[in-house]
Write a protein that binds this ligand. Structure first.
Ligand code: FAQ
Length: 328
């Protein structure tokens, strides 16, 4: 997607007060920051952390759904699921490329994922024991991802913002196929309806956790919003997601697993919205710190894929060296 000439380059910038003020003025004027532009090291590091985490999430996120490709109940469902999982792999690749424009290599990012230094989204540490989980992931997980990523299309860093445009279009298709799958189950027999409700019960709260800790505990939000990397806070996006999703559940006859869910006319500056129950933040931090149900399996699978693919990387490098030698 972009030149990788910046990997390992000396990108240090003299961060005088004047430079920082000029940089902030560019951000405030809604100018896009591009790979060769000078930028504060902290801006660069924030983006490397966030885009890297996002890329890892897309790649690890292929695993829970990949689990069902061979067992999809019809050819139509198998084709849609296969295409969706493949799309997520593509998103990971655009995002690794976007991060590489900041001077970090994909190898480095992968090593940080495998060593546990780099994070990926908490949501992918939950298991997918039933077919309805595939519907719930598309509907809720892709739904939450879109809510978070549409504002990222306006992120101040050009390569990330541009990558997000296509990603959001594809996530939108994923959300619809998931919701349609859930709708079909709710129109089926009692067992199928119960399977859909059970999947909603298990995925609802973890989906709300995807938006990150409450604003009061979000260490990066203030600075990221000042730099216009983030456009909305974690709690603002979570509220938008709840307000959009509750009516969708009602439409297909499913019940949200939250007894405290209640319409409140005074939310959203008087436009109304839903009050919802307390999120179990202890569970969130347990999962983020590596103690969720599937953390070990996920990293084991990624480690195996990285090791099994070593020969492909070596062969590509050998081929590139041969081409270069032939050209010379
Ligand atoms: N899981 O200060 P904040 C998808 C960490 S893609 C794990 O609020 P920030 C597509 C955070 O990193 C889903 N860790 O952080 C798909 C930080 O730790 P650090 C991924 C989390 O960055 C669908 C600490 O907590 N999307 O689903 C989580 O300002 C279906 C403090 O947090 C993106 O990555 C979490 N949920 O806000 C694929 C979007 N939340 O790094 C397959 C881009 C927070 O200091 C199938 N990222 N943490 O060690 C973002 O928008 C932001 O990074 C947030 C967090 C909103 C995730």
């Amino acid at each position: 997607m972009y030149s990788q000439g910046l990997i390992g380059a000396d990108t240090a910038t003299k961060e005088t007060a004047e430079f920082l003020a000029e940089f902030q003025a560019r951000i405030d004027a809604e100018e896009k920051i591009e790979p060769n532009d000078p930028m504060p090291q902290a801006y660069r590091n924030t983006l490397i952390r966030m885009i890297g985490q996002h890329a890892h999430s897309e790649i690890v996120g292929m695993l829970p759904e990949g689990n069902w490709i061979t067992r999809a109940p019809s050819l139509r469902r198998k084709v849609a699921l296969l295409a969706k999982v493949q799309d997520e792999g593509g998103h990971g690749l655009y995002l690794y490329s976007a991060a590489e424009t900041l001077g970090v290599s994909r190898e480095q990012m992968t090593e940080e994922l495998l060593s546990g230094k780099a994070k990926y989204s908490s949501i992918f540490n939950y298991p997918t024991p039933t077919w309805a989980d595939i519907g719930a992931i598309g509907w809720l997980v892709d739904g939450a991802a879109i809510m978070n990523q549409v504002p990222l299309c306006r992120c101040s860093y050009g390569p990330y913002a541009r990558a997000m445009i296509r990603v959001c279009k594809e996530e939108s298709f994923h959300q619809r196929q998931g919701y349609e799958l859930m709708k079909s189950l709710t129109e089926g027999n009692e067992d199928q309806k119960a399977m859909a409700q059970d999947a909603l019960n298990r995925w609802w709260w973890p989906s709300l956790m995807m938006f990150g800790p409450p604003d009061s505990d979000s260490q990066h939000s203030d600075q990221s919003m000042k730099w216009k990397i983030k456009r909305f806070s974690n709690d603002e996006l979570r509220q938008k997601f709840v307000d959009a999703t509750v009516p969708q559940a009602e439409l297909i006859g499913l019940t949200m697993p939250d007894p405290d869910l209640k319409w409140n006319n005074s939310l959203n500056n008087g436009a109304g919205g839903y009050d919802f129950g307390e999120i179990d933040w202890d569970e969130f931090w347990r999962v983020v710190k590596g103690h969720g149900m599937m953390n070990k399996d996920r990293i084991r699978a990624r480690k195996k894929a990285w090791e099994d693919g070593a020969w492909v990387r070596e062969a590509s490098l050998a081929y590139a060296a041969k081409q270069k030698a032939n050209a010379a």
